[in-house]
Design a protein. Structure first.
Length: 437
């Protein structure tokens, strides 16, 4: 029997829109609900307001469009469905704790709108204990406690690969205290070939945080090893390859560079540290993960400064997003590098496939920052270029020609995408970390 369910996804960002589209692709009747009317209008027209490969095509698939709609009428969307996904942001406060104001707002709206039994599913990444709090909070606001159950169902998608990851999950984690609600969510996903982890709320929440913290740990670990390779003459790419061949370790997230960014790793590591502090657990490893990552832009810039002439400089930045295949600039190491360079530069030029003007950068009116559209415009008369994001388009640059545009043919490779020998043969002063003798 094919189970077709009525689902509302509240929040239409990366996670919410991908979840809504994939569930619609599985045949469920889905409403994407968001308070941002402009975003709803775009999504209803099949226009994706952010970059996520394959998701725009999915939104415009005629079969999916028949089962998916978007609305800013949150109350009606809640009442029309049996399963409510909460996929709103949980940004970090200054102290590192997660700000749950959007989650609380959604909870208030659900409590004021509920008309029959709902399974309320938290998709957002939330601190440990949040789903238990949410259940208690709703019990205080909804007199009939049989009208709802709360489920923790964290996402594990990668920006740039969100559609694939949602359709091909490594595991589906379902946390809750109601066997009926857990069974309903299993049926919702029954078409996906995945292992299930069925557990309580706190376990589900910690699985999400522990997963992201561990992946962040691998990045900081290999970046620390890269600094040892730099001092000893070892090649960090071969080191990472050799380490990654160990089946107990694996090759993923062992790519050294200027550090991790995005909406997940920095926020989730901070939140896990804050949670540990609150319950009196010392987190030596977690704090060092964060510390190493924060230091990486300085490590690279020190290497660049040693090769440059007297400041002020003109610097080219290749890539501003935290990773390729997304327009997400949150916590991007490239932005940290630009901010550190601004005091010592007369001009900083940015080239990124997702950026057309300064209005799409954190420096919309800074006269020192210029967004460029071509590699020539970006490099002409510059003192050095810094590769910050490993976009495929940058691997195709002909540096034999490109170097002639530059005042000084210096390239700092912050993502280790180029071959040092090829770059040196092209006449480039090639700088990287731990690329051997």
């Amino acid at each position: 029997m094919k189970w077709i369910m009525k689902v509302t996804v509240i929040g239409s960002g990366y996670v919410g829109t991908t979840t809504a589209a994939v569930l619609a692709a599985l045949g469920h009747h889905v409403i994407g609900a968001d308070v941002d009317s402009a975003k709803v209008k775009k999504l209803s027209a099949g226009i994706l307001p952010f970059v996520e490969p394959g998701l725009d095509k999915m939104l415009n698939d005629k079969n999916i469009r028949g089962t998916l709609k978007f609305t800013d009428q949150i109350k009606e969307a809640i009442q029309a469905s049996d399963i409510l996904f909460i996929a709103v942001g949980t940004p970090s406060r200054e102290d590192g704790t997660a700000d749950l104001k959007y989650l609380r707002s959604v909870a208030d709206t659900i409590a004021a709108s509920i008309n029959d039994y709902k399974v309320i599913v938290t998709k957002s990444t939330v601190p440990i204990g949040t789903n238990r709090w949410l259940s208690d909070y709703l019990r205080k606001k909804i007199s009939d406690h049989t009208l709802f159950d709360v489920i923790s169902n964290p996402e594990f998608l990668r920006e740039g690969h969100a559609v694939y990851d949602t359709l091909n999950p490594d595991r589906i984690v379902i946390g809750g205290n109601s066997q009926n609600a857990i069974t309903i969510i299993k049926k919702l996903y029954r078409q996906l070939n995945s292992k299930y982890v069925l557990c309580d709320w706190e376990t589900a929440e910690l699985i999400k945080y522990a997963s992201n913290a561990y992946l962040a740990a691998k990045i900081s670990f290999i970046n620390e090893i890269a600094q040892i390779a730099e001092k000893t003459g070892a090649d960090i790419l071969q080191v990472a390859y050799g380490v990654g061949l160990d089946s107990r370790i694996g090759p993923e997230f062992l790519k050294s560079g200027i550090g991790y960014g995005g909406s997940c790793f920095p926020k989730d590591v901070k939140a896990l540290i804050s949670t540990a502090d609150l319950i009196g657990v010392k987190t030596h490893i977690l704090k060092e993960i964060e510390s190493v990552n924060e230091a990486m832009p300085d490590v690279y810039l020190e290497k660049l400064a040693a090769s440059l002439k007297k400041e002020p400089w003109t610097i080219s930045i290749l890539g501003l997003t935290f990773k390729p295949e997304t327009d997400d600039q949150r916590e991007s190491p490239a932005i940290k590098i630009v901010n550190k360079l601004l005091p010592v530069c007369k001009e900083i030029r940015i080239l990124d496939p997702t950026i057309q003007s300064n209005l799409q950068t954190p420096w919309p009116h800074d006269s020192k920052v210029k967004v460029c559209q071509t590699i020539k415009e970006t490099l002409v008369r510059t003192d050095a270029a810094i590769l910050c994001t490993a976009w495929d388009t940058f691997t195709g640059i002909d540096w034999n020609k490109a170097k002639d545009f530059m005042e000084n043919p210096i390239l700092l490779d912050g993502r280790n995408i180029y071959d040092p020998n090829i770059m040196k043969a092209a006449g480039i002063t090639y700088l990287a970390l731990g690329r051997g003798n």
